[in-house]
Write a protein that binds this ligand. Structure first.
Ligand code: CP
Length: 298
């Protein structure tokens, strides 16, 4: 089994990852951790795009469960000598890993690599495609906070067009019964998006998830002046005041403070779940590694 998209998972598997993720979340806060169920397995991380949260949380998740973790140094690999991605995948496969976690700038790469591998492949973000473990950790964070996901109004705002996080979150949250509202500048919305303006999206929302402008994926700069994006499309205190009374703020990170979100809102100890999302990332990735490697341990 591979995890290349939210569509890779059945409803039962999603439920298992969320409930086990919440269990691992509590487990990770304990001083003593002695569950080494991945003992003897090898996990390879291959990140062809930069990462702090996803890479480190996969490393910690696999280590915490007792696996041996190897992170490929892409910049120092034979990719730089012209080796193709397919040949790289065949090479990694020959080393008999038990799971491969891959991030790549081109959409669809994890599925192409999965076809060449004998072990589970986990998509850690593919271009503007998907980021399924981010959506799973976001859903687990919402469930932990609200006790449910069904019926929640979740506004996802910012650069929707280039966001693999938005794509995976929309699929997952709608499957779980949430109302998902998308909002952003017209040039940063996908053509098929049923989108609204940010003020309408935030009004009455239970959760507001802000997204970074992915300037590295823009053909042309937006041409916005400092502060202009925040004023027109970002989360300000004045805008957030129209959300539901107990609304929370989320962001997958990295944050561009003062661009898509006011820094003080990101740091709000009562309302911001941003560091909680990071903490949940380790827990949910433990649940994902456990699920995908289960038949290798029987
Ligand atoms: N949310 C996320 O994917 O962050 P990183 O790019 O730091 O992994």
């Amino acid at each position: 089994m591979h995890l290349t998209s939210i569509d890779s998972l059945s409803d039962d598997q999603i439920e298992r990852v969320l409930s086990e993720g919440l269990r691992w979340f509590d487990y990770n806060r304990q001083r003593r951790r002695n569950d080494h169920r991945l003992d003897g397995l090898t996990v390879i991380n291959a990140f062809f795009e930069n990462s702090t949260r996803t890479l480190l949380s996969f490393e910690i998740a696999a280590n915490r469960l007792g696996a041996q973790v190897v992170t490929m140094q892409v910049e120092h690999s034979s990719i730089k000598k012209g080796e193709t991605l397919d040949d790289t995948a065949r090479t990694l496969n020959a080393m008999r890993p038990d799971a491969l976690v891959i991030r790549h700038g081109t959409g669809g790469t994890p599925s192409e690599v999965a076809a060449l591998m004998d072990c589970p492949v986990i998509n850690a973000g593919d271009g503007t495609g998907e980021h399924p473990t981010q959506a799973l950790l976001d859903a687990a964070t919402l469930r932990r906070h609200f006790g449910r996901i069904e019926g929640l109004k979740v506004a996802i705002c910012g650069d929707i067009r280039h966001s693999r996080v938005a794509r995976s979150n929309r699929k997952l949250l709608e499957r779980l019964g949430a109302e998902v509202r998308l909002a952003g500048p017209p040039s940063l919305l996908p053509e098929d998006a049923d989108a609204t303006d940010i003020d309408s999206a935030v009004a009455g929302a239970d959760a507001v998830m802000m997204l970074r402008i992915q300037r590295e994926r823009l053909a042309d700069d937006l041409g916005d002046l400092p502060g202009e994006f925040l004023e027109n499309y970002g989360l300000t205190a004045a805008r957030f005041a129209s959300a539901a009374p107990q609304a929370v703020i989320m962001h997958p990170g990295p944050i561009n403070r003062g661009v898509e979100i006011e820094g003080a809102l990101a740091d709000d100890p009562e309302r911001s779940l941003i560091t909680r999302q990071v903490e949940m990332g380790v827990a949910v990735r433990m649940a994902v590694l456990d699920l995908l490697t289960a038949d290798r341990r029987d």
